[in-house]
Design a protein around this ligand. Sequence first.
Ligand SMILES: Nc1ncnc2c1ncn2[C@@H]1O[C@H](COP(=O)(O)OP(=O)(O)O)[C@@H](O)[C@H]1O
Ligand SMILES: [Mg+2]
Length: 304
Amino acid sequence: MNALSQQFGKVAVLMGGLSAERDISLLTGKAVLSALLEKGVDAVAIDAGKDVIEKLSQGNYERVFIALHGRGGEDGTIQGALEILSLPYTGSDVLGSALSMDKLRCKQLWQSEALPTPAWKVLTEENDLKTVEALQLPVMMKPAHEGSSIGMSKVVNAEDIKQAWQQAKKYDDSVIAEQFIEGAEYTVAILDGEALPVIKLETDNDFYDFDAKYQSEQTRYLCPCGLSEEQEQQIQALALKAFHVAGASGWGRVDLMMDAEGNAWLIEVNTVPGMTSHSLVPMAARAAGLEFPELVVKILATAA
Ligand SMILES: Nc1ncnc2c1ncn2[C@@H]1O[C@H](COP(=O)(O)OP(=O)(O)O)[C@@H](O)[C@H]1O
Ligand SMILES: [Mg+2]
């Protein structure tokens, strides 16, 4: 038995699950599992279906690595079950997970703390669509609780508002129309209370959509991100604050946009960001001198 397998005991890596992001989660889970095995950790994969609680309570696990994205896995649900089972798990607790998954509640919290986030309207029913007039087009139409850019679109013309809303509404009762920030996109990985080097994302698509995230070879990732040291530190500090205000902890990632005047705008917190070898948190970690297997072990160590 090596030192890590002694330290962590038997580890369940939860992956897959029932959300719209199942396929991405399987990629994350497999990458995490093989990194843990490579490091000598006694890790086992569990596909988090409806029988997940049964599987977890019967396996003599000592710790859980949550590699689930989206609803059921990133929203506090599985975290609650793990609390009941007294199993330490990676990432944010029930409250931090639930708040971070809810883009609307998260924005409300940031606003109350005077942190910058784009203006928005909540569109629950068709009647609400006229409130979008209070924002300037373009707006970003998004389901309040999805990830991976699912159900989202950029609306440039007023006549496209309804269709974009209907598209987002397929995924969520609650839809947000958010002021579109023209400018550069950045993301800040957070590990154990510290911000890693900032990554700049560049795509030729309208925005960082599903294709730009997972399919396109044309998406560019810049790390170092090209900002001055001072600006980078400001963005890192803002991301850390946004992360904590949302109640998130352990590890995660904060997405931001920067407008033409250099103002940063908070977009969202991810409490279980992608963890394939091509993902953003591993990229930022590498820039800080931390290779993928070491990163995975560090995340596992935050499970308490
Ligand atoms: N207000 C906005 N202005 C400009 N681009 C946005 C805005 N909101 C989202 N985006 C773009 O859409 C992408 C996905 O949005 P995000 O809210 O992060 O949802 P997801 O949970 O699907 O990642 C972002 O990475 C960014 O490219
Ligand atoms: Mg995002």
